[in-house]
Structures are given as C-alpha cells and as structure tokens.
Ligand binder design. Sequence first.
Ligand code: ADP
Ligand code: MG
Length: 339
Amino acid sequence: MPRIVQLPPTVINQIAAGEVIERPASVVKELLENSIDAGSNRIDIELEQGGTERIAIFDDGCGIAAEELPLALSSHATSKLRNADDLFAIRSMGFRGEALASIGSVARVTLQSRTHDSETGAELQCNGGDFSEIRSWNGSPGTRIEVKHLFYATPVRKKFLKQNATELGHITESFTKIALANTDVHLTLKHNNRMIYEVPAGASLLDRIRIFFGDEIAKHLFPVHREQGPVSLTGFIADPACDRGNSKLQYFFLNQRWFRDRSLGHALQEGYRGLLMTNRYCIGFLFLQMPPEMFDINVHPTKAEVRFIDSQALYHVVRGAIRQTLADKNLIPHLQLPE
Ligand code: ADP
Ligand code: MG
C-alpha cells in the first residue's frame, strides 16, 4: 500500500471544483450569486465562445478590500458565515466559501475590486491555483472578475464541454433563474459582443417573464397568492391551454433562490388535475418565502436541492393555491377544492 499523504490545496480545490463547476454556466451562476450577495444594483456579464474562452462580470456591489483578495480566492473562506449556528439561518446565496477557489483552480482568473470607501482598488490573478501579487487597480467601486480558458488546468473536464451554443443555452438558463428572482437588479448578458438580454431594474416579475418567455405566455398568466402561517407563496401560473410537452417551464424559488423539487412539481401538476392531458405539463413561476429554520439548503454543493422540515404541508400549500387560482378563473368548480 502507498503511504497516506495530505493532498496539496490546488488538488483539493480541483476536487471541489468537480462538484460545483461543471460547465461555464456554473461559473456564471456562482459569480452572479456573489454579485447579488454584494448588494449590487447593476451586473453586466460578457461571454466569449459559450463562456469557454472568457466570462467577465462587472458589478457595483460592496467590493472586496485589497488585503482580502487572496482570501476571496481561497477555499473555506467566506464573509457570509461565522459559526455552525449561522448555517441554519442563511440569508445569502453563498456561504460555502468555495466557488472562487474552485474556479481559480481550473481557470485563469483576474479579480479586481474596490470598496466604496477606499481611494483605489486592487487586483489579483490566480492561474490554476497559483496566485500573483496584489497590485493596485484604478477602477470604480465594485468588483470585476474575468475567467479565461475554463478547465485549461483540468483537460479531462474540458473534454466534456459541449458545443458553444449548448453551453450558452445553459448559461442563459442560469441567468434567467437569477434574473427572475432579483427584479430589483439591472442585468445584462452579452455573447461575442452581441447583447442577448438587457433586463432593467424595477420591472415587475411579469415584465421579466415577458422578456424571457415572450408575450404569448405572459398574456396568459394568473397570479398566485397564498399565506399559510410563516409560509408565503406568490408567482404566476399559466392558463392550461398553454400546456407543454415537458416540465421545463415549471420554476420554483425559495427565498429568491431557484431550486428543484419533485414533490412540489407534482403538487403543481396535481393542482391542474382534470385540465391537462396525460404527458402534458403546466407552466408555473412560483416563489416560496419562509424562515430559514424551516429548511436546510446545505444538501448539495450547488444548492439546487432543499430539505424541508415539513414537505407534506408544503405540498398542500402549493396544490391548494393552484386549485384556488384555477377555481377563481372558473376553470374548475369551487366544490372540487381540496381542504
Ligand atoms: P461564498 O459566496 O460562499 O462566500 P465565494 O468563493 O463565492 O464564497 O466567495 C468568497 C468571498 O469573496 C465571499 O464570501 C465574498 O466576501 C467575496 N466576494 C466574492 N465575489 C464578490 C463580489 N462580486 N463582491 C464582493 N465580494 C465578493
Ligand atoms: Mg459565492
């Protein structure tokens, strides 16, 4: 048997990157979430070649102090969590302190930032885990991150990338989810110098749905609203006539974070019982809001899944709210409403 050795940090980060950074879209998601956590009002993203060549993000958020730049790119270093108790009261998108370190271990990253109360900014580079010195940088307050040559340091992972158009599709999907959940932030997405999306701040959720999914869908949406104890459910569902061949247009958000949940997807479909043919799916954009003590988001590194303390109760909230909305539109008789 070979001896047991402690792995070097770069290898540890590359292993972690394997979990969270699957493709360019994962980079975009993590960077966008950081900019949202930084309280940005405006976030601009530029991509080249489906993000495989270059991903750059510019925000006007709180910025990072010069001396903290190396920490920002180090694993298990975060400004969002202090102790184990905080884990069950998470209000930020991030908390694991792993995203930037993971990206830095598999790509060439330039991080430039300036806090709002400092005269100048600073920059730091990280190439496949190797740090440059901290240099001064003359930019406006906020943060700019450029990620080039994704997976150059892990060629096997690079081989799994699909065509640029496919990668771009995954990126716009991540972008859409974050844009739907953060209507107070101005967001833009450019690919090879062409503007793909420009979503102004302050537009309503319905306006954003119209931008991403078109007028035909936006015109046929019904508002959903239900409060049950500490749980609130809002959003929109579409007229059953807008049904689809798959469930891709069923979006769930929890405290402004997109998540995936089979049971709630089922509850949504059950809400339409009797109105859809078999293998047809409804459209829904549903936003749950509840105190962080009621669920655990620390299930999976990408935070795409949530464990709820009482998922049964939530199932009934969703199905009940959908039935009610459809009954109010006289699509189902009120008599058929479940308790
Ligand atoms: P996490 O988001 O889980 O804390 P990250 O690796 O994504 O971990 O980021 C590490 C730290 O770097 C964050 O906790 C934050 O303090 C800082 N940071 C990253 N991106 C930004 C940004 N755009 N603006 C301000 N601070 C940032
Ligand atoms: Mg983060």
